[in-house]
Design a protein around this ligand. Structure first.
Ligand SMILES: C[S@@+](CC[C@H](N)C(=O)[O-])C[C@H]1O[C@@H](n2cnc3c(N)ncnc32)[C@H](O)[C@@H]1O
Length: 429
């Protein structure tokens, strides 16, 4: 029957919402709301699998119901204008509108215009558009007040960086990605991406260009902290999601490890492990100051370019988190090959990154995020996310003596742990 899916979805939504609501009542939690005083995050721990699953089911079922009700033609029509969401967000970011709106209370458009330097007419147009995404509200005509979402743009500096990075730096890159693909078909070069075409520095990759401007680099760093601390990316999933205790006394090399926060988390739980954090010279220079003094003896820093030969020989683990997805296959292979002179038999190469799902197998919310991340890697660096088979092929292309053992993840985690073992006995064919 034509309406059966609609009725089915409505029943699912009612049933699962009831579970969430009962949990809120039993635990004395305030009801969910868009009010500026409402919690900025869903206030149930990620470890509560039952309620988190009910929540996801509602998110996915309401989205499906919404899309069915809107219908294909109208969906496509208005999806084509979704870039405007970025534009109004960019204006909010660029003119620092959120910090000019009082946290408790309201401000007239005229005063807000004075405070931000954005002319009143355009301010009103852009803010009223942002309001359609629940960023600010107009409690009475002509006055602006915060919502829970706009409050985040006052309270959370890393989220402000994330919004700035995506709307100011990445949005033009997306708009120029097809131009870049036409100009450099099938390119694997980071210096020939949509980002480089948009910002007119073809020949210089995004990271190098951003690094030239301290403010832009700082914003990039803050934005990455916001993303990697977000739901499903917390480092606890890595600490608890792999049998690190099997390693006993061991050396772990965190390649492109930034300021060593992964090593800190592992060192706290596994006292027999020692760590080397490798990154570019500027980054490692700041590293030691970020390590708790009781762990300093076990975590050392080393400047190393991961495209060149690995200097730490015979370690037990060579680890890459958020590194391989920034590489095209050409450069991913180069990074893995640079390890080979250092590897002892049985050394583990561990990649902690996204793993693209097989079609129709993933949670739709997660799949949307991971596939958006994949296309973003194309825009920025001509790099890519990979599925399990792609990782197997990457290791094989680097050297058949890498024995790929597969990808694993845990409930609620949006990343995977991919592992290969160095086996010099495997035939090099
Ligand atoms: C996306 S961040 C990932 C940082 C960290 N692994 C994490 O999980 O948050 C990429 C890191 O790679 C470092 N990096 C970039 N190019 C590098 C290179 N050629 N050699 C070593 N590190 C590099 C950057 O400085 C940065 O810290």
């Amino acid at each position: 029957m034509a309406s059966s899916r609609l009725v089915e979805l409505t029943a699912i939504i009612a049933r699962e919402t009831q579970k969430v609501d009962d949990f809120f009542t039993q635990n004395g939690l305030s009801p969910l709301s868009f009010d500026p005083s409402a919690p900025a995050d869903f206030p149930v721990p990620t470890g509560n699998v039952e309620i988190q699953e009910a929540r996801r089911t509602v998110i996915n079922a309401t989205q499906e119901l919404h899309d069915l009700m809107v219908g294909p033609r109208e969906s496509v029509r208005w999806m084509s204008w979704s870039y405007t969401d970025n534009l109004s967000l960019l204006a909010v970011y660029q003119f620092r509108v959120a910090s000019a709106v009082p946290v408790d209370g309201e401000i007239s458009y005229a005063e807000l215009s004075k405070a931000t330097g954005l002319d009143e007419t355009n301010l009103k147009r852009l803010i009223r558009h942002a309001m359609t995404n629940r960023i600010f509200k107009e409690p009475r005509e002509g006055f602006v007040a915060h919502t829970a979402a706009s409050r985040i743009l006052v309270d959370d500096p890393q989220m402000i960086d994330w919004v700035g990075l995506c709307s100011a730096d990445f949005f033009p890159a997306a708009a120029h990605t097809v131009d870049a693909m036409l100009k450099y078909p099938g390119s694997q070069e980071p210096a020939e991406s949509g980002f480089t075409v948009a910002w007119k520095h073809e020949g210089t990759p995004m990271f190098a260009e951003i690094g030239k401007d301290p403010a832009r680099a700082k914003r990039f760093g803050g934005a990455m902290m916001s993303l990697t601390g977000g739901e499903g990316y917390q480092v606890d999933y890595l600490v608890d999601g792999y049998p690190w205790d099997e390693l006993g006394e061991s050396t772990f090399v965190d390649i492109g490890g930034s300021h060593g926060f992964v090593c800190v988390a592992l060192a706290q739980k596994f006292p027999d492990m020692k760590f080397v954090v490798q990154d570019l010279p500027k980054t490692v220079a700041d590293g030691p100051s970020k390590i708790p003094s009781e762990l300093a003896e076990r975590i050392r820093f080393q400047a190393h370019d991961f495209y060149t030969e690995q200097p730490v020989k015979n370690a037990d683990v060579y680890f890459f988190r958020w590194i391989i997805h920034n590489q095209s296959d050409k450069y991913g292979v180069k990074i893995l090959q640079a390890l080979i002179p250092a590897l002892k038999p049985g050394a583990r190469i561990i990649i902690n990154d996204n793993c693209l799902p097989k079609p129709n197998t993933a949670d739709p919310w997660d799949e949307k995020i991971t596939r958006t991340m994949d296309v973003t890697m194309l825009e920025l660096l001509n790099a890519r996310e990979r599925d399990e088979n792609d990782y197997a092929e990457l290791f094989k292309a680097a050297d058949p003596r890498f024995k790929f053992t597969g990808a694993r993840t845990s409930k609620g985690c949006r990343m995977h742990i991919m592992e290969a073992i160095w086996d010099p006995e495997r035939t090099k064919t």
